[in-house]
Design a binder for this molecule. Structure first.
Ligand code: DON
Length: 327
């Protein structure tokens, strides 16, 4: 069964989700990174990017917040683009950990494997892989350039957030050295950690995350710029990783409720991909116990129900607008 959705039904679903969730007072800002504690808790925005590049937005979708763990998605894609998906599977893995995002136990349980590029261990390992190895400045260019191409606009680090993370990332330092001990860091470990910390400190808007999600949904062609950013065969790979571990120890609950592959960050952002259809993003700083935005989850879950976005359902939603043409 095919259900056609269009710009109007998506716009209505976004507005209804916003109204439904705007007064939700659940969760609290992350405080283990001091900067995040002080971001206004009442910010809330939802964005959708359609196959023709049109953006539908409601609320605070132009506010720049810390991308945090959502940055693990572009860097995993870049590593797969540079090395091929199999090599990333071999060097890092693609398993759910069922444990918190910064778990050291997960590394030990998985036979020294970082599990997946979408938890801290795997993301630090992915940063170590990014080419050209041995040249942190060029690696940084590659990481930020790739994210900007996915999002269709430039991105920059929030300096205060970067300082705040660098001064408090003791657990991640331990992860980097433990992985080095197990041969899972493919460059200098402290440089890999710094790249990871910097990429988490990049400021993005919900609108930018929606465009990045739409680029993934469209098989690697950015619907705004029409540029090919990555090979189309990587879309099912990255979507599988997002579905497997996008909400850490709450991933099963999320997938059970929504059937929507998505990735969260402790800055309050969530990016969701509806393959072949569109990209969605939501942002609100207060988090649940696993580090996922309460309001953004609620809003995306509402939209998934309204528009039949569950990938496991018998109804498939499609859009009348065709996939973006490649420039
Ligand atoms: O490494 C950290 O702990 C943070 N920079 C990112 C963690 C994060 O966003 C987890 N996601 N929900």
């Amino acid at each position: 069964m095919i259900r056609k959705i269009d710009k109007n039904s998506i716009g209505e679903a976004l507005r209804a989700a916003y109204d439904h969730c705007k007064n939700d007072a659940g969760g609290k800002n992350a405080d283990y990174i001091p900067y995040l504690k002080n971001v206004p808790s009442n910010l809330f925005g939802i964005a959708a990017c359609l196959p023709d590049g049109e953006l539908l937005t409601v609320g605070d979708t132009d506010f720049r917040f810390g991308i945090e763990s959502v940055s693990k998605v572009p860097t995993a894609l870049l590593a797969m683009e540079q090395y091929g998906a199999r090599e990333v599977l071999h060097k890092i893995g693609a398993d759910a950990t069922g444990l918190p995002f910064n778990s050291i136990m997960a590394i030990l349980l998985e036979n020294d494997h970082p599990s997946t590029p979408l938890v801290n261990a795997g993301a630090i390992s992915a940063c170590s892989m990014i080419r050209p190895t041995g040249d942190p400045a060029a690696k940084w260019q590659a990481i930020t350039g790739f994210l900007a191409e996915l999002a269709g606009s430039s991105v920059a680090v929030i300096d205060e957030l970067y300082r705040s993370e660098s001064e408090t990332n003791f657990n991640n330092r331990s992860i980097a050295w433990l992985l080095k001990n197990y041969g899972r860091i493919y460059d200098d470990p402290m440089q890999a950690l710094d790249l990871y910390t910097r990429q988490c400190s990049i400021g993005v808007t919900a609108a930018q995350l929606a465009v990045a999600a739409a680029t993934i949904a469209a098989g690697g062609v950015n619907p705004l710029t029409h540029k090919r950013v990555f090979r189309s065969e990587l879309t099912p790979r990255i979507v599988a990783l997002m579905a497997t571990v996008g909400f850490y120890e709450h991933t099963g609950d999320w997938l059970f409720e929504t059937g929507l592959p998505a990735k969260s960050g402790v800055g309050g952002g969530i990016m969701a991909v509806v393959p072949g259809v569109m990209g969605l993003a939501a942002f609100a700083p207060p988090l649940d116990s696993a580090g996922n935005s309460v309001k953004a989850q609620k809003a995306l879950s509402f939209i998934a129900r309204e528009l039949d976005l569950n990938l496991f359902g018998t109804t498939r939603c499609t859009m009348a607008v065709p996939a973006p043409a490649e420039a």
